[in-house]
Design a protein. Structure first.
Length: 456
């Protein structure tokens, strides 16, 4: 008993000493825990911020106008039928196909002051910007960010997602995205002494010129000018070459064509023609020429890639060919373009219904079917998980996907609708009049002046 009393006494002394010198570690921890301000719990929103009664969506009818015909319009019609049958709000969509982007733009613009305008339009981003300037486009930012009806944009590559923004306003959502690429005959290039695709403009020149020189070795004089790059004067091709040289068409938000890097780009291209390392296929189909070794390089959009593969098969040509970006001095580049979903202003209920249909079209299951039909880029990164078999049977398409980080958006100006046509016309004019390479600045100066007029 005495030992127990002594032990308790010693323990009490020790505890008293700890208290005198300061609070014990255990007690301090408890005290701090008790006095610490508790962290507020994160608030999870459970309702929509759009202030639309969900019951008001029941049986709501909306119209969508598209620029498509043929296989695209047929697939879209099947999407409409599927959405109408399965959507949880019983929204009814009616589609009208206008045939071309130009016809769609004119038809929609004419309908805007009337009660017959569509609720949803699938048009080009520059069309959306123009209509937004007229005050008839719905800002989709609140819809994107809505807790209930929103969308996770982190799954969409920025080069697609950022195209449809004007200041703080989201004027549209990406519907389709594509690009024009250089196609390169790897097997033939290997026989010419090159083991990789061009990494810079000078590499491109060397390969194109050696291909042309190889055409001089046979007995035929008719193909002596062939072999290199077949000139392509599409506006997107011209724009991509400018980007590859570190140029472009904008400076501080305004058009600027007459710039040193743009001069370098067009001078390089004209010099290719002057040395017969680039040629114009006036009576020859570029795809056939590529498949029959009359051209080492051609330019083509993504939807054409299966056609090129069939041309090689028809020619019994087993050469390996690849997709490449436009080679630049510091970086390779190409321009990404395509259509967008545009919700026109109407009632809150119809705007939400149009948004819900567009959002559904962007889901990866529908996105997969778009790719398999049109051969364009998937809009979502996660869609690639559903396209493993497609990638195996379309290797050049798979190559194009890997190049996407080099892609750049087009000018975010409504006037680009007209200016891009002018760019293509000016680019073609250089070849039509056989403009000397030393005079390309004259063409760029004229482009500059015309762009300023078109943007007023």
């Amino acid at each position: 008993m005495k030992k127990i009393i002594n032990l308790l006494f010693i323990t009490a002394i020790i505890l008293s000493a700890c208290t005198a010198g300061g609070t014990s570690t255990a007690e301090s921890s408890v005290t701090q825990s008790a006095t610490k301000t508790p962290k507020p719990e994160a608030t999870v929103e459970t309702g929509s911020r759009l202030e639309v009664d969900e019951e008001a969506l029941k049986g709501l009818e909306i119209t969508v106008w598209t620029p498509w015909y043929g296989i695209e319009s047929s697939l879209f019609d099947s999407f409409v039928e599927e959405f109408n049958s399965n959507n949880e709000w019983s929204i009814r969509v009616t589609a009208q196909h206008q045939g071309t982007f130009a016809n769609l733009y004119e038809t929609v613009t004419a309908s805007l002051p009337t009660a017959n305008k569509p609720d949803l339009v699938i048009a080009l981003p520059e069309h959306a910007l123009g209509w937004n300037n007229d005050g008839v486009v719905t800002d989709l930012t609140p819809y994107v960010d809505d807790p209930i009806y929103g969308i996770d944009s982190s799954d969409i590559p920025p080069v697609f997602w950022d195209q449809d923004i004007s200041g703080d306003v989201r004027v549209a959502l990406p519907a389709q995205r594509t690009a024009r690429f250089l196609l390169w005959n790897k097997t033939w290039a290997g026989e010419l002494g090159f083991d990789s695709s061009p990494a810079a403009p000078e590499d491109f020149r060397q390969q194109a010129c050696r291909a042309q020189q190889s055409m001089l070795k046979d007995e035929s004089a008719q193909n002596d000018f062939m072999g290199g790059w077949i000139v392509d004067t599409e506006p997107t091709t011209a724009y991509s070459w400018l980007l590859a040289f570190g140029g472009g068409v904008l400076e501080s938000g305004n058009y600027r064509f007459l710039a040193p890097n743009n001069i370098d780009a067009l001078t390089f291209l004209r010099e290719l023609s002057e040395s017969q390392c680039a040629w114009q296929a006036v009576e020859t189909d570029p795809i056939t020429a590529f498949a029959t070794r009359e051209a080492l390089f051609i330019t083509a959009s993504m939807d054409i890639l299966p056609t090129v593969a069939r041309a090689f098969a028809s020619a019994n040509n087993t050469d390996e060919w690849n997709v490449t970006a436009f080679p630049g001095g510091n970086k390779d580049a190409f321009a990404v373009y395509g259509s967008s979903y545009i919700v026109l202003k109407s009632t809150d209920e119809k705007q939400l219904a149009a948004w819900l249909f567009a959002r559904w079209l962007m889901e990866k299951e529908q996105d997969k079917r778009w790719v398999e039909t049109t051969h364009l880029f998937p809009l979502r990164t996660s869609t690639l998980d559903l396209l493993a078999d497609y990638k195996k049977t379309h290797p050049q398409w798979a190559e194009a996907i890997t190049l996407l980080p080099q892609g750049e958006i087009q000018p975010q100006l409504a006037s680009w609708r007209r200016v891009k046509i002018m760019l293509g016309d000016g680019f073609a004019h250089m070849y039509r009049v056989n403009l000397p390479s030393g005079q390309v600045a004259l063409v760029l100066a004229q482009m500059q002046s015309t762009a300023n007029d078109l943007s007023k």
